[in-house]
Design a protein around this ligand. Structure first.
Ligand code: UD1
Length: 419
């Protein structure tokens, strides 16, 4: 298993181009199943989760071609299977995103239940209930969701809780359904808007994505499209925090600053000087120690749960104390046990982490437990005294493109040990 070795203490300094967003690419790749014509995608990040989704699509019969500039061509004209097997779904929960498209275009789908994961139970009941409201017959047997429908019908769907992939799955099912679907309490994340823009570029009729009420008028078929995936706001936020914890300075390029409003505001509160333009963000920490910041994770436009671990690391070395409240996932504090090993002073009380900033963290062998937890550990290691070795970094390769190369480019002392 690969490990990352990081010797802390170097101030990050430089420019970085942000990759395409994992959480936009995954639903868009699944959405390509909705058309029998060729889909061209640009700015697809090269990540293990993307590779897993492509393997899944290929197992269904989708032809996948990369051109010389790594643009992706997907041809779903000849589908031979409607099944997302357990082996793929268990490595990546987002595999559930093929459920809506398969059902909408072919009237059948069999998708393994994702089961639990490191950050909580993460059920898919909203996905199932939404599709049932659209007329699908669904049974869950032997660990698989079996869904069928001659033709889905538009429905009014009111989520009891905001769900990102739930909203995306129903939106994809609704584009080929008969009549109008209204999704209430819909997720407003930029990745939901990106999926809607992609589907509309194929001829779908989706309005008001990005608001809490999305209206979808079903169409008969979808056509070809050429589409560019939006930049990854979580990757961008991670590098901003990584720079801030080292007291450094960075310019991020190819970002949408507006998508990072909540994160930028917390970094300013922590003492960073931040300037933004159309598609860039400058952060300068001027060698200062960060100040502690309280925060609470909430659905977009609130503070993202996918940035919580990174801010736990930042607060661990900040001046003062802070409370971080996690309201989205019930078990998303696993990085804290590892931060303790580096000397952090953090107490968990229910879904609150009470963090007292220490002047210095010390290197230790630590273990990555999930994707964003790994990012938190890398950030802590960049500021710690000595060499931290992070094990199980396959988690980080799921969602961060060439992370050690990018951090190295900014001046970090980081290397990968294959094993
Ligand atoms: C997506 C993101 C993930 C991010 C999360 C929250 C992708 C591929 N993943 O995950 O990076 O951390 O949004 O921003 O985009 N829930 C139910 N029943 C359901 C669905 C969800 O109870 O059927 C609950 C979940 O357990 C969780 C909450 O709703 O407590 C929100 O989860 P959701 O937004 O669905 O997360 P994902 O879409 O899986």
């Amino acid at each position: 298993m690969d490990k990352l070795k990081i010797v802390g203490g170097n101030q990050l300094d430089g420019e970085l181009t942000i990759s395409g967003a994992k959480n936009a690419a995954l639903p868009i790749l699944a959405g390509s199943l909705l058309s029998s014509e060729v889909i061209n995608l640009q700015n697809v990040p090269q990540l293990n989760d993307v590779a897993t989704m492509l393997t899944l699509l290929q197992s269904l019969g989708v032809k996948v071609i990369f051109d010389e500039r790594m643009n992706l061509q997907l041809d779903s004209s000849d589908i031979s299977s409607y099944c997302a097997p357990y082996d793929l779904v268990k490595t990546m929960r987002a595999s559930i995103l093929v459920l809506g498209p398969l059902l909408a275009r072919f009237g059948q789908a069999k998708v393994s239940l994702p089961g639990g994961c490191a950050i909580g139970a993460r059920p898919v009941n909203f996905h199932i209930q939404g599709l049932e409201a659209m007329g699908a017959k669904i049974t869950v047997k032997n660990g698989y969701i079996n869904a069928s429908a001659e033709k889905l019908s538009g429905a009014n769907i009111n989520f009891s809780r905001v769900s990102v992939t739930g909203t995306q799955n129903i939106m994809m099912a609704a584009v080929l359904a008969r009549g109008e679907t209204v999704i209430k309490n819909a997720a407003k994340e930029p990745e939901v808007i990106d999926l809607a823009n992609f589907l509309n570029s194929m001829g779908a009729k989706i309005i008001d994505a990005g608001s809490d009420k999305i209206v979808i008028e079903g169409v008969e078929t979808l056509k070809e499209s050429k589409y560019e995936i939006l930049p990854d706001r979580i990757e961008a936020g991670t590098y901003l925090v990584a720079t801030a914890i080292t007291g450094g300075k960075i310019r991020l390029k190819q970002v949408v600053p507006e998508h990072l409003t909540a994160v930028i505001s917390k970094l300013e509160e922590a003492g960073a000087i931040i300037d933004v333009g159309d598609n860039w963000i400058d952060l300068d920490m001027r060698s200062k120690r960060p100040s502690s910041v309280n925060l609470e994770t909430t659905p977009y436009p609130g503070f993202p749960t996918d940035m919580q671990a990174q801010f736990c690391a930042l607060n661990s070395v900040a001046s003062g104390s802070a409370i971080i409240k996690e309201t989205i996932f019930e078990n998303r504090f696993q990085h804290i046990n590892e931060l303790h090993r580096m000397g952090a002073d953090i107490e968990i009380q229910g879904n609150n982490a009470l963090i007292k900033g220490k002047k210095i963290l010390t290197a230790a062998p630590v273990m990555a437990t999930d994707l964003r937890a790994s990012a938190g550990l890398i950030i802590a290691a960049l500021a710690a005294q000595g060499e931290t070795v992070i094990d199980r970094i396959y988690h980080i390769d799921r969602g961060y493109e060439r992370i050690e190369e990018k951090l190295h480019q900014l001046g970090a002392d980081i290397s990968r040990e294959s094993g």
